[in-house]
Design a protein around this ligand. Structure first.
Ligand SMILES: [Fe+2]
Length: 332
C-alpha cells in the first residue's frame, strides 16, 4: 500500500547532472512520491522552481551540490532564501568542510547518489521528511503549550487582582506602560511582547501572600512587609518549572530592585538589574502613583512628574525615567 503522506508530498529535485536527476525522479516515483518535479539547479531559475509548487511550498528539496562550483553554492544560498523546508544535499565529494559549509546554509542531511541505490534514497528521504514533521509538531506544540500557560496565568492574575478593586487593572496598565517605555528604549516587537507578558505577571507571586496582608488598608508592620517582600521570589519559584516562560523570570524576580541597590530581593544595582525588571519597576511605580489605592488618592500629574524627577537615578534607571517623562509630556 502506498503511503498517503508520500502521495501528497511535494518534492523538488534540483540537479545539474541529467542522469542523476532522472535517477532520483524515477526512484522517488517508484517509492510512492507522485508529486516530484525535477530541474537543473541554475541560480537564475531557483526562485521559479520553488514558487511553482502548490501554494509556493514544497515539502522537501533534494539539491545536487557540487562543492567545487561557486555557482552551485550560489544556487544553494538562493534556495535557502526562497524555501524554508528541509534540504537534502545530494552529490559526491561531501567532505567535512563541505558539510559544515552546507549545514550553515541550512542543509538538513547529505546523501551520496552514486552509492545509495534506490532503497537508500527512499530511506533517506523518508527520514528527512519525518524528522521535519516531528520538528514542526514540537514547535506547534510549544507555542500551544505557551499559549495555554499564558491563558491560565492571565486568569490567575485576574483572580488575584479581583480581591482588591483598586488594583483590578494594575497589571494590564503596567504592561501597557512597560511596552511604551521599552519601545523608546528600542526593543524589538518580539522583546516588547515578552516584556508585556512579564509585566502582566509581575505580581503573580502575591498569590502566595496571605489575604490579610494583601488586603490590609493601613500601613504594613515591619513583619508584614517582610512577608510581602517575598512575592517576587514566590513568583520565580512557582513559574520556574514552566520552561516556555523562562525568559520572563529575571524581570519578574527583580521588579522591586532599585537603581541605587536598595531594593529587593537581591539588592542589585544599576545595570546589574535586568533591563526588563528596571522598566517594569518604573511602570509599576508610575501606575501606583497615578491611580487610586485603598490608602491614597491618585497623585496629581505635577506631583507624579515631580516624584519621577526626584527618584531618577536613585530608585529608577535615569535613562528610562527620561523616556517615561518624555512620553508623559508629549501626551499632556
Ligand atoms: Fe510587586
Amino acid at each position: 500500500m502506498i503511503d498517503d503522506k508520500r502521495m501528497s508530498s511535494d518534492v523538488i529535485v534540483l540537479d545539474d547532472v541529467e542522469s542523476s536527476r532522472g535517477f532520483q525522479e524515477r526512484a522517488l516515483f517508484k517509492a510512492g512520491y507522485k508529486r516530484v518535479s525535477a530541474y537543473a539547479a541554475r541560480p537564475i531559475d531557483i526562485k521559479d522552481h520553488v514558487s511553482r509548487q502548490r501554494n509556493g511550498k514544497a515539502d522537501l528539496v533534494l539539491f545536487g551540490l557540487d562543492p567545487a562550483k561557486d555557482e552551485s553554492w550560489d544556487s544553494l544560498k538562493l534556495l535557502r532564501q526562497e524555501f524554508e523546508g528541509p534540504v537534502l544535499a545530494t552529490g559526491r565529494n561531501h567532505n567535512p568542510e563541505t558539510r559544515e559549509r552546507a549545514e550553515k546554509l541550512g542543509v538538513s542531511d547529505f546523501l551520496s547518489i552514486d552509492e545509495c541505490g534506490e532503497e537508500g534514497l527512499e530511506l533517506k528521504v523518508e527520514t528527512v521528511l519525518t524528522t521535519h514533521r516531528i520538528d514542526t509538531l514540537v514547535q506547534e506544540n510549544d507555542s500551544r503549550t505557551q499559549e495555554l500557560f499564558v491563558n491560565i496565568l492571565t486568569v490567575m492574575v485576574k483572580i488575584l487582582e479581583s480581591k482588591d478593586p483598586y488594583t483590578r487593572f494594575h497589571s494590564h496598565s503596567v504592561a501597557k506602560w512597560s511596552r511604551m517605555i521599552g519601545r523608546r528604549k528600542g526593543l524589538s516587537d518580539d522583546e516588547l511582547n515578552r516584556l508585556g507578558l512579564a509585566a502582566l505577571f509581575h505580581d503573580f507571586g502575591k498569590i502566595g501572600i496571605p489575604d490579610e496582608i494583601l488586603g490590609k488598608t493601613e500601613r504594613l508592620t515591619e513583619e508584614e512587609f517582610t512577608v510581602m517582600k517575598k512575592h517576587p521570589t514566590i513568583a520565580r519559584d512557582l513559574l520556574a518549572s514552566l520552561e516556555p516562560l523562562g525568559d520572563l523570570l529575571p524581570a519578574i524576580t527583580h521588579h522591586h530592585e532599585r537603581w541605587d541597590g536598595r531594593g529587593y530581593p537581591s539588592n542589585l544595582k544599576g545595570e546589574d538589574i535586568p533591563l526588563w525588571a528596571r522598566i517594569i519597576a518604573l511602570a509599576d511605580s508610575y501606575d501606583t502613583m497615578s491611580t487610586r489605592r485603598s490608602y491614597k488618592e491618585p497623585f496629581s500629574r505635577d506631583r507624579v512628574l515631580g516624584e519621577l524627577e526626584k527618584c531618577r537615578g536613585t530608585q529608577f534607571d535615569p535613562e528610562l525615567t527620561d523616556y517615561l517623562l518624555a512620553i508623559l509630556r508629549e501626551n499632556a
